[in-house]
Design a protein around this ligand. Sequence first.
Ligand code: SF4
Length: 196
Amino acid sequence: MDFNQISEPLEDRIAEGLARLAAVARQLDWQAAEAAGLSPTQADILRFIANRGDGTRLTAAAAHVGVRKATASDAVSALERKSLLRKQPDSADGRAIALKATAKGSRIARDWPASFAPIVECLSDSEQELLLALVVKLIRQLQLRQLIAPQRTCVTCRHFRENVAPGTGTPHFCAFVGAPMAERHLRIDCMEHDAA
Ligand code: SF4
């Protein structure tokens, strides 16, 4: 018997495994949302907005969460009623509305449990570092193919200098911080991100 002939394609098994992990993480997020008195969509939108201190637009929140604008608008109204966010004029365009988390909303978002933490905690430091590099690579590819909303990752940031010290423990450099970076320092959602 040859396992090459009786195995499902590798990508199918990877997809199956990732789908199961994502389902567990989603379930944990839903439990956290329920405990906070929020729907999963409200929770996703609140965390997205709370991570953008200057406020953000409804369209950006909808794209990030992957819901229609009308659905995001309903969630925003509910969050506003719960005093977790407020609307204000956009500093970049006074005619537009920006969404900003209140102190209470920011606190809930800050204390939100990382849903994948219980999933990856069994990995060693080096395995987590390797996984982070793969995740960053996948996000970059998805972004290039416009299959994911723009993300504030190092690899799409104008401050990022990739692999400027190859073969060292800190091959990258962040011009914003002014410091070398290891793979484990790569960020997925950086407040200082400036799109390249
Ligand atoms: S500013 Fe943030 S996203 Fe940009 S390179 Fe530095 S750490 Fe990465």
